[in-house]
Design a protein around this ligand. Sequence first.
Ligand SMILES: Nc1nc2c(c(=O)[nH]1)N[C@H]1C(S)=C(S)[C@@H](COP(=O)(O)OP(=O)(O)OC[C@H]3O[C@@H](n4cnc5c(=O)[nH]c(N)nc54)[C@H](O)[C@@H]3O)O[C@H]1N2
Ligand SMILES: Nc1nc2c(c(=O)[nH]1)N[C@H]1C(S)=C(S)[C@@H](COP(=O)(O)OP(=O)(O)OC[C@H]3O[C@@H](n4cnc5c(=O)[nH]c(N)nc54)[C@H](O)[C@@H]3O)O[C@H]1N2
Ligand SMILES: [Mo]
Length: 764
Amino acid sequence: MSEQKIELYDGPAGGWGALRSVGQALLRQDIAIKGAKTLLSANQPDGFDCPGCAWPDRNHASTFEFCENGAKAVAAEATARRVTREFFAQHRVAELALQSDFALEDHGRLTEPMVYDASTDHYRPISWDDAFGLIARHLNALPDPNQAAFYTSGRASNEAAFLYQLFVRQYGTNNFPDCSNMCHEPSGTGMRESIGVGKGTVTLDDFTQADAIFIFGQNPGTNHPRMLGELRQAAKRGARIVSINPMRERGLERFADPQDKLEMATLRDTPISSHYFQLRIGGDFAFVKGMMKALVEWDDQGRPVLDHAFIAEHTMGFDALLQDLRAESWELLERESGLSAEQIRSAADVYAKAGSTIACWGMGITQHQNSVATIQMIVNLLLMRGNIGRPGAGPCPVRGHSNVQGDRTMGIWELPPQSLLQSLERVFGFTPPQKPGLDTVSTIRAMLDGKVKVFIALGGNFAAATPDTVQTWKALRQCDLTVHVTTKLNRSHIVHGRDALILPCLGRTEMDMQVGGLQGVTVEDSMSMVHISMGINAPAAPQLLSEPAIVARMAAATLGARSNTPWRWLVEDYRRIRDKIAEVFVDFADFNARVSVPGGFRLRNTASERVWATKPGKAVFKTHAVPVDTPLHLARQRKGDAKVFALMTTRSHDQYNTTIYGNDDRYRGVFGQRRVVFANEQDIRELGMKAGDWIDFVTVWEDGDERRAEGFKLVAYNIPRGCVGAYYPETNPLVPLESVAIDAGTPTSKCIPVLMLPHKAAAC
Ligand SMILES: Nc1nc2c(c(=O)[nH]1)N[C@H]1C(S)=C(S)[C@@H](COP(=O)(O)OP(=O)(O)OC[C@H]3O[C@@H](n4cnc5c(=O)[nH]c(N)nc54)[C@H](O)[C@@H]3O)O[C@H]1N2
Ligand SMILES: Nc1nc2c(c(=O)[nH]1)N[C@H]1C(S)=C(S)[C@@H](COP(=O)(O)OP(=O)(O)OC[C@H]3O[C@@H](n4cnc5c(=O)[nH]c(N)nc54)[C@H](O)[C@@H]3O)O[C@H]1N2
Ligand SMILES: [Mo]
């Protein structure tokens, strides 16, 4: 572990620092030569899909694409460390509860199924059959299947996810909370209404043809490092790259490609952003609306910046938007974005001069109360210049988990479309439940109300990833049974129901041997490319089962004679599962043949063909008023502008969501620690404090619950006044359960109204 320090980082993203960091990650996990071989198999046609992010890779073949954080994700899974039955015999759960998230996962890979024993407060071994028997008894004892909820994290393969939703719907519920509910849910909702598909329309090739790339609320240097390769190439050929982000992020500024020998040898790097707009947290709506207003002003003055032919042929709702934009006040847009009309116009000018434009966005856009409306503003902006459905242009929500998009395609959705339910009925001969299911936040509420009693999770770390930690933990502890299909020990195994199971599974990097031979699984990346993933390492332990096998055996045990699906037969050879997927989804016709081609295939995306699958059959311009009544506005009205800060909860460079790899955040200059808060220097002074002082956060929320997170060190940072940033999951106790995105239910983790008070304890 590094020594604690705060030190300005003035190198580029990537470069030698990235290579060094990979070496350290391998060493930390006690991986020697094996790690190197494992790394070289990531994203190869006969290797596994990188379990890191959902950014696509060129042709899923050719050269190994170096990615520091992908390497860390692989190393974390391929670790030589093991959590055995002896480990659990040595540690009571109460004792494990005192360990950090980092320490819990750092114990290594889980090795056999374990069941919680309340009489001793230990987990003890259980056979797979007994584990499935326990699940079946609990599920079958519930008077209503809607009293169970089935979570999915986005690493689950298409095959596992397909079987899981089939099992759960045969069992009788649509309760599918998933990580997407906390992530890109608003992107799906917003784009479906506007352009008829909930996915991005661009491919990697579009990145080679774009004249401008706008990046809203995303930190690719850390979270999608391979995206920097595309941005670097685009920057080199003169494309404009415009970053819109309250924080100065190093990866958006400069990048040295570890794969470029010359850049590495000469310590050179490539500037990434040509423009950087540091707006206020939550200011994107006003910023984009301002850009559109500028375009309309210019068009009215005779500067031809709108694609009138496209608008007339392909869209509706433009007149209403025009009127709204003409009437909009610059003063309001300036105040809410935190930028001047001049700055907003200069962004609009870059856009107006670009032939083809891509708009990317991440969590800085989706985790707000008005994220659906903001996304629709971004889509409006693209539509105004015909920037959807032609080369080098389109919306690009950059997904998180490597198969989160595929899981939704496979039916992990609490609001299933009728077409899916009808197909399931046709292919599997049962009547699926019609009642809409629960998403992540409503599952927590239902647990608190005693309406959900059994919680089963296919991957993820529900206890640490979800908002309002105190409430969520109470909710989980009230459950009759909690089950986690998982690779590593985490908080969700410690914060458990009365009965609890840990079911360890194979990871992506491992060979999956079934009766029918070695199996591959499939995943869909952020650009709708579907390809196969084959593990290459020996399983971490002989007892591990694959995720599809666990789901199938859980289904067979629970449903028994009620189901005529041949569960065991399906998992003998995953091609059988894929044949069923092909029967259910038209877009997967001939699935096995198409996915056997190196690189796989791309799913159809109607909007990218300018076919609009919306209700009116056109792309729809949406009009929304500038939000002025968000929880942040209300809190400031109550407590005064100066006192209330907008807190964004974000990722460090050394974590994968709730999995903490280490305590450094290299590009932001933080070493050996995580309990820091990035704040504007002047704000720190006006609080009567100085950098290095400690504060406590208290959420400004009027429901009687006190939400606190204590002990964060102030770091002076290049961030607008009134805005602060700190890491998740430490800050999740501050996010109120009720604070969610309108029409999407996503916790508003990027905009929490907080007070910063001097830390109570004398010393930290
Ligand atoms: N190494 C690594 N890779 C990952 C992950 C990981 O944890 N580690 N997580 C994966 C997952 S599940 C996801 S969803 C993605 C997440 O990837 P990102 O979408 O990059 O998520 P965050 O790290 O939360 O960073 C959000 C960015 O938004 C900015 N921001 C915050 N508030 C606002 C705002 O109001 N407006 C604007 N314009 N910007 C804002 C922040 O400064 C930050 O740069 O990454 C995936 N990849
Ligand atoms: N405050 C705040 N909260 C947030 C966010 C934020 O920005 N701020 N981001 C949100 C976002 S975008 C997301 S996606 C969620 C993430 O929520 P989750 O997806 O629930 O969380 P992860 O941390 O990705 O899950 C890590 C765990 O997954 C398990 N795991 C890893 N690989 C595998 C595998 O191959 N199979 C199985 N079965 N298990 C595996 C390991 O046990 C590991 O501990 O968090 C959300 N929460
Ligand atoms: Mo995510």
